[in-house]
Write a new protein. Sequence first.
Lengths: 128, 128
Amino acid sequence: MSLRSPLGRVLGSGSANDGTEHWWAQRVTAVALLILGLWFLISLLQLDNFTHATVSAWLGHPFSGVMMLLLCLTIAWHSYLGVQVVLEDYVHGPLIKVVSLLISRFAHAFLAIAAVLAILKVSLGGSL
Amino acid sequence: MSNEGRPLSPHLSVYRWPISMTLSILHRMTGVALSIGLIALVVWLESIALGASSYEALSGWMRSGIGQLLLLGWCFSFFFHLSNGVRHLFWDAGRGFEKSQVTASSWMVIAAAFILTGSYWLVLGGLL
C-alpha cells in the first residue's frame, strides 16, 4: 500500500496518466536534432565531392555511422510524434483517424529500420 | 432545436492576421515536409548501401531541376523548423511571451531561416 496522498499520485500525470511524456519526448528529440542535424549538414560540407566512393567512405567511418544512426532514429521518433499531433488535429473520422495513425506508426518504424540496416551495411563493409 | 442565428464567439477570421499565426502554420508545414524528407534521406542511405550505380542514379536525379528544388525546399524547411523550434524552447522556458517580443522573434526566425538557407546553399553549391 502506497503512503502517497491521492493528490501526490496524480500530480503531473494528466488525465491519461502520461500527460507530459509526449510533450517531453518531443522536446528532448528536438534538442538532440539541433545537434545531430547541424552535425549532418556541416559534415556534408566537409566532403571533397559527392561521388559514391567519398560518401560511402564517410558513412563507413565509425563516428559518422554512430551519428547517422542517432540522427535517423531521432528524426523518425520526432517525426512520428509531430505527425501524430497533426493527424489527431486534422483527421476527424474515428476509423480514418485510427487507420492513419497506424499507417504513420508503421511507416516510421519501417523507415527507421531501413535506415539502420543501410548504415550498418556500409559501416560493416557490405557496400560494393 | 436550432442553433442558427445565435451569436458565435470570436473566431480566427475576426482578428487582424498577426505574423505569429503565419509562423505557427509554417512550423507545421515544414515539419510535415521534413517528415517526407525522412523518406528521401532513407532512400539516399539505401542507395549508398546498394552500390555506386544506384547511388549515381539517385544523384543524377537530385541534380535535376525538380531534385534541386526539393533539396532547397527541405533545406529551408530544416532551417525554418530549427529556428522556430529554438523559439519554442524559449517559450517552454517561459520567456518571450509579450506580444511585442513574439512579433520581434517571428521576424528574427524568418530572417534566420532565409539567411541560413541562403548561406548553406551557396557553400554547398560550391561543392557540387
